[in-house]
Design a protein around this ligand. Structure first.
Ligand SMILES: N[C@@H](CCC(=O)N[C@@H](CS)C(=O)NCC(=O)O)C(=O)O
Length: 286
């Protein structure tokens, strides 16, 4: 059955449209993507940062076509398909395409499969493991909290609703916890160079305007107004401005007006995506 989410704009616009157009030629690695999706943006950013050749293929994951479900039975974007030239599944086959899905898994795969491309994790096993704790924190803690806040339905439209304020405070507490783990000066999470922690949260950080639009503001204090948390928020602002100014981030974003109807449905708690349902049922990220 068609759901309202299925009526999203069919293609990328603005800067992302230009990038999509540059990545239409056939490549061994295909990115099945939705222009609007922050999980897709994670992988798209990694492909851009690592300069891995890829073919961009737009998919509307709310119309679950059998050909797409054959690649990813969960029917979610991002999904990638990789041409493995070494696989020999039958005596006569020398090349096979393999699908892969789940943004965090794809990011790890790209790190391992393209070792000579720009690394996005530290070299020391201990530092890599620590980075993974905070990568997981984004998916298991920050994003569910982002969605509880976004999908919260206030009992009054005034923005003073106590439940809304609690959702906001919970979200801000998680952001602070993450920020305290950053490299002291950065500007990125791990230091001077962009890395996977930045790529996993960046797509949400550049969408915080949705809280201004629908929920009375995200609540991050302005410079100098953070009180006893000022140094944490100062570090956060440094990080956001580095991420927000990054070429790969700018070029993978569409025009804001096309995100509006999508986020409006989340803000009204009407979205029927797996993520929206998981949030309603307290299940975190699907
Ligand atoms: N855990 C997945 C989540 C991906 C996801 O939820 N993608 C959304 C678009 S942003 C989707 O494909 N939704 C289709 C649906 O909910 O049916 C990942 O990290 O890749």
């Amino acid at each position: 059955m068609a759901i309202a989410d299925a009526s999203i704009h069919p293609e990328a616009t603005g800067p992302a449209k230009a990038l999509v157009e540059k990545h239409q030629a056939e490549q061994p690695l295909k990115l099945y993507a939705g222009w609007f999706c922050p999980f897709v943006q994670r992988v798209w950013l990694a492909l851009e940062e690592k300069q891995i050749p890829y073919q961009y293929i737009e998919v509307n994951p709310y119309h679950k076509q059998p050909s797409f479900l054959a690649l990813n039975p969960r029917g979610l974007v991002p999904t990638v398909s990789i041409l493995d030239t070494t696989a020999t599944t039958t005596p006569t086959t020398t090349t096979t395409s393999h699908p892969l899905y789940e943004s965090a898994v794809i990011l790890e795969y790209l790190e391992e499969a393209y070792p000579t491309h720009t690394p996005l994790l530290p070299t020391s096993p201990y530092e890599r493991a620590k980075a993974r704790i905070w990568i997981d924190f984004v998916t298991s803690r920050i994003i569910p909290s982002f969605h509880r806040f976004l999908q919260y339905q206030p009992s009054s439209p005034s923005g003073t609703d106590a439940g809304l304020q609690k959702a906001r405070e919970d979200f801000l507490a998680k952001l602070k916890e993450w920020t305290r783990e950053m490299h002291p000066t950065g500007p990125f999470f791990l230091g001077e160079e962009i890395g996977l922690p930045d790529l996993v949260l960046g797509p949400w950080a550049v969408r915080f305007w949705v809280f201004d639009e629908y929920k009375g503001g995200v609540g991050i204090p302005r410079a100098g107004e953070g009180g006893e948390d000022e140094s944490v928020w100062e570090r956060w602002r440094t990080w956001v401005s580095a991420v927000d100014g990054r070429r790969s981030v700018r070029e993978t974003l569409s025009e804001r007006e096309f995100y509006l109807p999508i986020y409006q449905r989340y803000a009204d708690d009407q979205a029927q995506s797996e993520l929206a349902k998981a949030t309603r049922e307290g299940r975190g990220v699907p």
